[in-house]
Design a protein around this ligand. Structure first.
Ligand SMILES: Cc1cc2nc3c(=O)[nH]c(=O)nc-3n(C[C@H](O)[C@H](O)[C@H](O)COP(=O)(O)O)c2cc1C
Ligand SMILES: Nc1ncnc2c1ncn2[C@@H]1O[C@H](COP(=O)(O)OP(=O)(O)OP(=O)(O)O)[C@@H](O)[C@H]1O
Length: 350
């Protein structure tokens, strides 16, 4: 088996090159391939506190299915694993998974004190007769694409940039809880999501979103903030109004895909002013159809995965075989790259 190794807080466009590399190498050797990653994120263990993440486990599982990763192997990351030498880590991999090849990025470090470099890995793999593919970093606007950089883009509400680097829109999964039940009085009922503290969400503001609820896609007006127009102390709210929906969503799971920021959250002098602004927000978001349509393939593929999550995914080739154009802003001379917006829903890709 060929294993792509890493923390994988999602599978950004740089990671996608690793997946592509693993699939090609596996086909050549006529062996299966998969991703080997960790839970918790190594930084949570090394720093001793929950590490803010783009994607929690359920979300990461969905994305692994989306990318057609046939074996998604998650091993616990603990102090004992962190203390292994590079050689000890490979012995561990050998005992548990008997790989015949590894795929890593050029910036991959592993083993105690991050002492294992790709050069050390090369020596250790050669000694075991394993193949090793070291994939050069994929760049976006003069910087290597990284989960850390995408976390910053999401936090600061730069969702188009995050989506360009991820290859799909950012997403948030959560269960609907009760708010102050004021939304429906305002004419804009909102589903409030309970989120774990380590989940990264966009900064305070109003956003256009796409939402999966009750087995269907909806256009959503998302507000992230503290509702400063109203008195009282409340924590950060992540609440979404589904355009044209009349649903009882309490206790139901929702998948929210924030696409683009509309404006900052403001304190209005009265309810009437807030309502007038919300009407404008909804109109603006309704007009952003093109934004949503540019991810048509993504919604279509996810529709299938969310409707029948137990559908076996193994064996589906996740990537186009032909090289696609490198999107604007991205530089990676001489290497194939996935098209922007993702193209897995056509028969050629699935
Ligand atoms: C599109 C949209 C924009 C919003 N903008 C603001 C805002 O600028 N300021 C504010 O105080 N609340 C804003 N809100 C939040 C409302 O105040 C909130 O939805 C309402 O108080 C209902 O809260 P509830 O879900 O707890 O009942 C906005 C909500 C939506 C859906
Ligand atoms: N831009 C990239 N291009 C190609 N490979 C990459 C890129 N970024 C990371 N990798 C590789 O992908 C695997 C997973 O890495 P990891 O999850 O640590 O990525 P990261 O995006 O650099 O995360 P972080 O920013 O949190 O360090 C590793 O083998 C890593 O070397």
């Amino acid at each position: 088996m060929i294993l792509a190794l890493g923390s994988f807080d999602g599978f950004h466009r740089g990671h996608q090159l690793l997946l592509q590399g693993a699939r090609k190498r596996a086909a050549e050797k006529k062996t299966p391939w998969g991703v080997l990653t960790f839970s918790c994120h190594p930084q949570s263990v090394l720093q001793g506190h929950p590490y803010p993440l783009l994607f929690l486990e359920k979300e990461r599982q969905l994305l692994a299915a989306y990318w057609g990763i046939p074996r998604f192997l998650v091993i616990p990351f603990d102090r004992a694993l962190a203390e292994l030498s590079p050689e000890g880590f490979l012995d561990y991999l050998d005992r548990r998974f008997s790989p015949t090849g590894l795929v890593v990025g050029e910036n991959f470090r592993f083993g105690k004190g991050r002492g294992g470099t790709p050069e050390i890995l090369r020596r250790l793999c050669d000694a075991r007769h394993w193949s090793l593919d070291v994939i050069p970093s994929l760049y976006w606007q003069d910087r290597p694409i990284s989960s850390s950089q995408i976390r910053e883009s999401v936090r600061s509400g730069r969702l188009e940039e995050a989506a360009a680097c991820l290859g799909h829109p950012f997403l948030v999964q959560g269960t609907v809880t009760r708010g102050d039940q004021r939304g429906r009085e305002l004419g804009f009922p909102t589903a409030n999501l309970a989120l774990k503290p380590e989940k990264i969400v966009p900064d305070r503001g109003v956003y256009g979103a796409c939402v999966w609820a009750e087995g269907a896609w909806w256009t959503g007006a998302l507000n992230v903030g503290f509702n400063p127009t109203f008195d009282g102390i409340r924590g950060l709210r992540f609440e979404v109004h589904l355009l044209g929906a009349s649903l009882d969503l309490y206790g139901k799971p929702l998948w929210v895909f924030p696409l683009r920021k509309v404006r900052e959250e403001l304190r209005f002098p009265d309810r009437g002013s807030l309502i007038r602004q919300m009407e404008k927000d909804v109109e603006t978001i309704r007009r952003w159809k093109a934004q949503k349509d540019s991810y048509a393939c993504f919604w279509e593929t996810l529709h299938g995965l969310l409707t029948s999550p137990s559908e076996p995914l193994a064996g589906q080739p996740p990537f186009p075989d032909s090289p696609a154009a490198i999107p604007e802003g991205e530089t990676s001379p001489g290497r194939d790259c996935l098209p922007r917006g993702v193209g897995r829903c056509g028969p050629e890709n699935r």
